[in-house]
Design a protein around this ligand. Structure first.
Ligand code: PLP
Length: 399
């Protein structure tokens, strides 16, 4: 009650009133979000609800490869919105067929299964490998990340993320990245391995690139025992490392490839690609997704695939090389890892405050573990924007 205090008497101690619940309390707190609400994007920049602009070297976590509001992708999605939003997978739709054809041309006649995210693409790979081989086991990499659904989580080599969610899938073994002997031991003949699942660059796991001998050995070892090799290109694919698929730079011929993130430039879509030689693993009724291959997302993805040309890939390599050189000269940077525009700078300090300080200075960057600063700018980033980012990083790291 208010207005009941006796005049002159000491005020009664008041309990600190809890702030009224707002829209943010209506969201399950699964993310530690920054105090920023992004409302608009254009090219390599985004704006918050106070009108402040940021140079975006996060790109929605390696998603908006062609930059925000890319005219060709926007037009493709808009035209499809006017034509057909959804029809289900009971029927064929044109954008889905066109996307399958475009991706197949990039991966030597592969077949595609479409879904909505990276985790779902990896779930499809796990199921595909088990059904195709009739075996149960999976071998993946320590520190690898494949998604948060239970199957993908079970193949994610980061025990901290498993806590409280067990029991996970049985029969998953992890080996350290770039350790051929450990891989040989885990994928032994008669060991019932269905799938070897690797990221070409462990993005969430600290931007750790696989070396070519390990990648080649993974392909050979899997083939020798009749297991399938899946390269998870959810983060590293779609041009991000300077080739359309990241595995191209590793001389690998995977049986399965998973894609998501950059495939839709921000519209949700994922894909499992099955190479020709591994075909025939699934039949009607074995797997599905109501929204998989959604016409609007697929139309946007077609425009994305068609936009990843030699000029764009050259830009990725050139801007990436300049970033590597520039990052290596910054104070507090101990090492620079990754390829193309999937880069990590190992710092001599905790990365969280650096990410916050960069944001305060108008640059969005992200982390990959406690001391790795990760940069995943749009693939269209200009030379001037790279210099601007390096200047902000220099100022931030100099303190
Ligand atoms: N695989 C890799 C390599 C990833 O980096 C991610 C997400 O960061 C995933 C899978 C999961 O993708 P999504 O968040 O779309 O489920």
């Amino acid at each position: 009650m208010t207005g009941s205090a006796t005049p002159g008497a000491a005020p009664e101690p008041r309990e600190e009133a809890a702030p009224p619940a707002g829209p943010r309390d209506r969201v399950l707190p699964t993310y530690a979000r920054a105090e920023v609400t992004i409302v608009r994007g254009e090219g390599c920049r985004v704006w918050d609800d106070a009108g402040r602009s940021y140079l975006d070297f996060v790109a929605g976590i390696a998603v908006v490869g062609l930059g925000h509001g890319h005219p060709r992708v926007t037009e493709a999605a808009r035209a499809q919105l006017d034509r057909l939003w959804h029809a289900s997978n009971l029927y064929w739709t044109e954008p889905m067929l066109r996307l399958a054809t475009l991706l197949s041309a990039r991966l030597g006649g592969a077949q595609a299964f479409f879904c909505n995210s990276g985790a779902e693409a990896n779930e499809a790979a796990l199921k595909y490998a088990r059904k195709a081989t009739g075996r149960p086991r999976i071998v993946a990499l320590e520190g690898g990340f494949h998604g948060r659904t239970l199957g993908a989580l079970s193949a994610t080599g980061q025990p901290g993320k498993w806590e409280g969610f067990g029991p996970l899938l049985p029969g998953v073994a992890f080996v350290p990245p770039n350790d051929v002997e450990a891989l040989e031991a885990a994928v032994s003949p008669g060991g019932d391995v269905a799938l070897v699942l690797i990221e070409p660059i462990l993005g969430e796991g600290g931007v750790i690139a696989l070396d070519e001998p390990f990648a080649r050995a993974a392909g050979e070892i899997a083939r020798e025992v009749g297991a399938l090799l899946c390269v998870d290109e959810v983060q590293a694919g779609m041009g991000r490392t300077g080739t359309f698929f990241a595995h191209e730079g590793l001389g690998l011929e995977p049986d399965l490839v998973t894609l998501a993130k950059g495939l839709g430039n921000g519209l949700p879509i994922g894909a499992l690609l099955v190479a020709d030689r591994a075909a025939g693993g699934l039949a009607p009724g074995d797997h599905g997704s109501t929204f998989g291959g959604n016409p609007v997302a697929a139309a946007a993805a077609c425009a994305v695939v068609e936009s990843i040309d030699d000029g764009l890939l050259a830009n990725v390599r050139e801007r990436g090389a300049r970033l590597v050189a520039g990052l290596g000269r910054l104070p507090g940077v101990l090492d620079v890892r990754g390829r193309g525009l999937l880069l990590g700078a190992v710092l001599d300090r905790e990365v969280g405050p650096v990410v916050d300080a960069c944001r305060d200075r108008g640059l969005l960057v992200l982390s990959a573990g406690p001391d790795v600063l990760r940069l995943t700018p749009p693939l269209v980033v200009s030379a001037e924007e790279v210099e601007e980012a390096l200047d902000i990083l220099a100022a931030t790291l100099s303190r």
